[in-house]
Design a protein around this ligand. Structure first.
Ligand SMILES: [Mg+2]
Length: 158
């Protein structure tokens, strides 16, 4: 049996939750972190903010000089993010009994044998075949959804 490990990394996790819970913020640069004008850093920002060069761990003083005026700056709601992270991890545990959580928005799953249930990964090439030690391809995960659907994830197989 092919040994398959899936790496799941949720996209802009905190910012995705904020945009989910505040629909009027969708499409806007959203920066989750310290308050502008005070000391501290960016925890996470939306892809709309990243287009202006904002990134995690950037001092808020620098981040607040970059994006346009409609940017939403929001303090982290760690209790809510932790709750949603638990929901996501519980959803991942319905895919595989072997889930190794790395952080609130990142986990590795041993999905060896999963193809017996949902078919082969689409476009997957084993690492030895692709020449890329990380392998490649995507697994069809359309049947696995968390409710409410707060965010999207990047998935990589190896
Ligand atoms: Mg992430």
């Amino acid at each position: 049996m092919t040994h398959l490990v899936m790496h799941v990394d949720l996209d802009a996790f905190y910012a995705a939750i904020e945009q989910h819970d505040h629909p009027d913020w969708r499409g806007l640069p959203v920066v989750v972190g310290a308050e502008p004008g005070k000391r501290g850093v960016v925890a996470t920002c939306s892809y709309e903010a990243r287009r202006y060069g904002v990134h995690s761990a950037m001092p808020i003083s620098e981040a607040s000089r970059r994006p346009p005026p409609e940017t939403v700056y929001v303090r982290p709601r760690m209790d809510d993010y932790a709750r949603i992270s638990r929901q996501v991890m519980e959803a991942l545990e319905t895919i595989s009994p072997v889930v190794e959580k790395v952080s609130a928005d990142e986990a590795y799953l041993d999905i060896s044998g999963l193809e017996g249930l949902v078919g082969p990964p689409q476009g997957h090439r084993p690492a030895c075949e692709s020449g890329d030690p990380r392998g490649g391809g995507a697994y069809r995960l359309g049947r696995y959804r968390t409710e409410p659907a707060h965010c999207q994830a990047r998935v990589r197989l190896s």
